[in-house]
Structures are given as structure tokens and as C-alpha cells.
Design a protein. Structure first.
Length: 296
């Protein structure tokens, strides 16, 4: 930089201002994508290789093999332990009656709608409480108390106030999904490195720019972890809702099968819940890799 001979001031103030502006945006890009992204890269997982996927099937295959041996080669009666073959036949029976796909689709719809609503509420509340000390003091105790209420305790209230159709079920699932997301997001935002935040403010970033350039990239792994916990909780609350107030769905299949003594269908419903839960979690994992790639 050249200086004026008389006062040592910069000779070209417009060039200086332009350089400062360029430096600010350059820093924002570098800081938001590289520095904060480095935090996200620590939690990044490489796409699973074929060997990893196959290794993940070892334990399920062993469990099914032990199950088959215990059901076919021991004296345990079928009404207590149906064989894998009987469970498959039960699924074929329900599929031929047109019930299996209906139950699965209805449960999936309830979970995804409730999860979307609950996760959105959890993200909003988590950001508010995590970024605002006043909101944390004002809302923290109340939300902590509501979070401690068991899922089944909500059912009578929701059934009486909202009826017996879809609204109370989706509301219950949304409640279950919201709190894991809220807890992880608020905690992660409160623990963002204060040096990063102060550096962003020193470079003139507004509160909104600071959120998107520094704080959100730093908490992406925690946000995804909260979403995964919320999704798992959604499946738990789905079963609670369908056990007591439903005429369709996998939770209803469990109740009906228990009342009729159909242990094969009970096993089938449990297996379907496990498979669907794991598949939906894997979809969130795909989104996680996309988010981490975006912020790295």
C-alpha cells in the first residue's frame, strides 16, 4: 500500500475500502466453508464399501440362523416361537389379502409427516434456545418438563381433544420427534467455539450471516445426530399411537395379532418395524453426507 507524503494516510481510499470489502467476503467464504467445515469433516463418514455392508449382515444372519434352529430343532411350541418360514408365510398371507402394503404405507406416512413437523419445530426451538440466553432461561425449564412426559401419557389427552383419526397420531409422533432435535441443536449451538463467533463479528458479519457462515456449519454433525434420534423416536411413538387408537398400521397389526394369538404376525410386525426404521435412518445418512459435503 502506498502512503501520502504529507500525512501518511492511504493515497487511494477507494482502493482501500474495496480491498477491505473484498477481504471481508473472502474471509466469510473461507471461514464459513473451510474453518467451520473442518469441524464438520471430523464427523464425516466415507460411503460404506461393499465389505462394510456385508459385514453388517453377519449378526442378522447369525440371529436368524439361531432362531431357525431353535424353532425347528427344539421342543419350543409354534405359538411361542414361530419359525422364520412361518413368519414369511404370514407376510404372504397378509400381502394376498392386500393388507401388508396398506399397513406399511400408512405407518410410513404417519412417521414421515409427524417427523417433518416435529423436526421443524425442534430445529426452530433449538436455534432459539441455543442462540438466545434469554430464551434459554425462559423456555428451557418448561420444555425440559414437557420432554419428561412419557409418550403414553399424551394419548388420552390427544384422543379426547383431537379425536381418534390421524391428527392425534401425527401430533404424538411430532412430539416424539421434536425433543431429540431440540436438545441436540440447542446444546450444539451453545457450545460453538466462541473464538469463531467473535472472529466472525470482528469481520463485520451480521447475526444472520454469522449463523449461516459460522454457527450452522459447525453444528451440522450434531443436527444430523438429532434428526436421527428424532426419527428413531418417531417410530417408537408411532407404535404407541397405533397400539391404542388405530384400525390400520403396523402397531395395529401388533395389537390385533396379540389378541388373536398370532405369534407369527407379531414377529412379522417387529421385523418390519426394524427394517423400516433402519432404512429410514440410512436415508438420513445419505442426507448427512450431502450436508457435510456442502459445508466442507
Amino acid at each position: 500500500m502506498s502512503f501520502d507524503e504529507r500525512g501518511g494516510a492511504p493515497a487511494a481510499t477507494s482502493s482501500s475500502a474495496e480491498a477491505s470489502k473484498t477481504s471481508r467476503f473472502s474471509w466469510a467464504d473461507t471461514f464459513g466453508v473451510s474453518t467451520a467445515g473442518a469441524v464438520a469433516r471430523e464427523g464425516r463418514r466415507a460411503p460404506a464399501s461393499l465389505g462394510t455392508i456385508l459385514l453388517g449382515f453377519v449378526v442378522p444372519v447369525l440371529i436368524v440362523s439361531a432362531w431357525w434352529v431353535a424353532a425347528e430343532l427344539t421342543a419350543v411350541p409354534d405359538f411361542l416361537l414361530p419359525s422364520p418360514t412361518q413368519v414369511v408365510m404370514a407376510s404372504v398371507e397378509l400381502a394376498e389379502a392386500g393388507l401388508l402394503s396398506t399397513y406399511i404405507l400408512i405407518s410410513l406416512q404417519r412417521v414421515f409427516v409427524g417427523f417433518a413437523i416435529g423436526a421443524s419445530i425442534g430445529l426452530a426451538l433449538g436455534a432459539l434456545v441455543g442462540l438466545s440466553p434469554l430464551a434459554s432461561k425462559l423456555l428451557g425449564p418448561t420444555l425440559g418438563a414437557i420432554r419428561a412426559v412419557p409418550s403414553l401419557a399424551w394419548l388420552p389427552l390427544l384422543t379426547i381433544t383431537l379425536g381418534i383419526f390421524e391428527t392425534p397420531k401425527i401430533t404424538l409422533i411430532a412430539i416424539g420427534a421434536a425433543f431429540p432435535v431440540f436438545t441436540t441443536v440447542s446444546s450444539a449451538l451453545r457450545h460453538v467455539d466462541p473464538h469463531l463467533v467473535e472472529a466472525g463479528r470482528a469481520f463485520g458479519l451480521s447475526r444472520v450471516a454469522l449463523l449461516f457462515a459460522v454457527q450452522l456449519p459447525a453444528v451440522v454433525p450434531a443436527v444430523v445426530a438429532g434428526l436421527r434420534l428424532g426419527l428413531a423416536q418417531s417410530w417408537l411413538f408411532l407404535v404407541a399411537a397405533e397400539l391404542l387408537a388405530s384400525s390400520m398400521g403396523l402397531g395395529y397389526l401388533l395389537t390385533e395379532s396379540a389378541n388373536n394369538g398370532r405369534m407369527d404376525r407379531i414377529f412379522l410386525a417387529i421385523l418390519l418395524l426394524a427394517i423400516l426404521g433402519k432404512t429410514s435412518d440410512a436415508l438420513v445418512g445419505v442426507g448427512e453426507r450431502a450436508l457435510l459435503k456442502r459445508w466442507s
